[in-house]
Design a binder for this molecule. Structure first.
Ligand SMILES: Cc1cc2nc3c(=O)[nH]c(=O)nc-3n(C[C@H](O)[C@H](O)[C@H](O)COP(=O)(O)OP(=O)(O)OC[C@H]3O[C@@H](n4cnc5c(N)ncnc54)[C@H](O)[C@@H]3O)c2cc1C
Length: 402
């Protein structure tokens, strides 16, 4: 994707200094094509997604089965594929994984994204923490849960109330996290306030808490979608931890995880778009075959225009998502671009899948087809990792100034 054209990236972006001292104007625009290796990777993944993941997608939803085997299948393929060309295993390649795997099973995406993604998510792990957790997380053998949302702190994350108090050389944690995906995780990456005198985003630290730590309890939530990935409440009651369980410097956790969110929002966008593109392909095939009033449903312009509009919207979202990933690969700040694709892509995907469902008539309404499940799953990602309104707040802040 990063084949360079001599088009300089300048549209709408002025004077933004990036962490490594580069300005966005100094980076060159996408070549609008993947590299040969990335194309090969995409082709292989598409085949795995459609042949191996899609047939198991609905069973996992109905029977609440965590798709561990499917996730590990993708991980094995990716590790093998990139083993002798690691320099091309960047975030754009991670985006390809998200998009293609979601065509088969959107719920198998996040833990299967590989090293470049984990390098962003777990950037602040100490060498000892990496040694302990990374091998099993990267192989898909174990999962990690992220605990930020609380009963009184969702969009307004700065109202976080869970606390860690210093008692001698130990930390004692108390609080409730009420929306933790991967409730089946082996370890939880929990955000709590360590400085009681602070408010908002200051004074928040992160800890790694193994599942079997005394004082942890779990309560599943019965969700509308994403049912193969258990989500629920985690209660912390006098959970004792040491300094070695803390991630990064005290008080700075929120700023650091925000950097990960910028990238994660593009990944979420691409997985929703992958699910929508697959729905579109299936619906085009169906409406070309299904005959009404003497001709195929797709022969009506009011139908074919729906496809044209959906394809256009999805392609715009898709390019926006890959651009965000490319920007981070280049070391360029991408906060409001991440927010843009996070509200646009899941919404467009949900609207497309809804329309595809209707174009299948009563067959679309039945649970035999995966469309209803894709719609339920994608709606979850219109909320998870930040709602549309919160994304618009981020963009507006950039446009209007703080
Ligand atoms: C599938 C899924 C997975 C999730 N996984 C995790 C996880 O692993 N870990 C975790 O910590 N959390 C997770 N979450 C929680 C998610 O991040 C929160 O639900 C989200 O941040 C919104 O918070 P809230 O639900 O409390 O809604 P609220 O903050 O109560 O918002 C309610 C409504 O008000 C709107 N709103 C809020 N502020 C404004 C404003 N200023 N202007 C206009 N409208 C506004 C919102 O857009 C929303 O529509 C997950 C959620 C879902 C659905």
């Amino acid at each position: 994707m990063i084949e360079i054209l001599s088009i300089v990236l300048r549209e709408g972006i002025r004077d933004r200094e990036v962490p490594r001292g580069r300005r966005v104007e100094e980076c060159q625009m996408l070549g609008f094509s993947f590299t040969t290796a990335q194309e090969e990777f995409r082709t292989g993944l598409r085949e795995i997604a459609l042949r191996e993941l899609l047939p198991r997608y609905q069973e996992a939803d109905v029977n609440l089965i965590y798709p561990k085997e499917q996730i590990q299948r993708v991980i094995r393929y990716s590790n093998e594929f990139w083993s002798d060309r690691e320099d091309e295993w960047n975030l754009v390649s991670v985006g390809i994984t998200a998009e293609e795997v979601a065509r088969g099973d959107i719920n198998s995406v996040l833990p299967a994204l590989g090293k470049p993604y984990h390098d962003q998510f777990l950037a602040d792990f100490s060498p000892a923490q990496q040694q302990r957790w990374l091998p099993t997380l990267m192989s898909g053998e174990q999962m990690i849960g992220l605990g930020i949302t609380e009963p009184a702190a969702g969009s307004d994350m700065g109202r976080l109330e869970a606390r860690a108090e210093r008692r001698g050389d130990r930390w004692v944690l108390n609080g409730v996290k009420n929306s933790v995906s991967f409730l089946n995780a082996a370890v939880f990456y929990m955000f709590v306030r360590t400085d009681p005198d602070t408010r908002g985003w200051q004074g928040i630290s992160a800890f790694l808490i193994p599942r079997d730590t005394p004082g942890m309890s779990f309560e599943p939530i019965d969700d509308l979608g994403c049912r193969a990935i258990p989500r629920g409440v985690v209660r912390l009651e006098n959970v004792e931890l040491g300094d070695s369980d803390r991630v990064g410097e005290p008080g700075t956790a929120f700023t650091r995880i925000s950097r990960f969110f910028d990238v994660n929002r593009a990944v979420i966008g691409l997985k929703c778009i992958g699910a929508a593109l697959q729905s579109l392909d299936e619906t085009i095939a169906w409406t070309k075959k299904r005959v009404v009033f003497g001709g195929p449903v797709a022969g009506h312009q009011s139908v074919s225009f729906k496809f044209a509009e959906a394809a256009t919207r999805l392609e715009l979202g898709r390019l926006g998502c890959y651009r965000v990933l490319w920007m981070r690969d280049q070391g360029v700040a991408c906060q409001h671009e991440g927010a843009m694709v996070k509200w646009w892509a899941p919404k467009t995907a949900a609207e497309t899948i809804h329309s595809c469902l209707l174009l299948h008539g009563h067959y679309g309404f039945s649970k035999q087809l995966p469309l209803q499940q894709r719609l339920r799953d994608v709606i979850g990602w219109q909320i998870g990792d930040g709602s549309e309104e919160v994304m618009k707040l981020i963009i507006a802040r950039e446009l209007l100034g703080r």
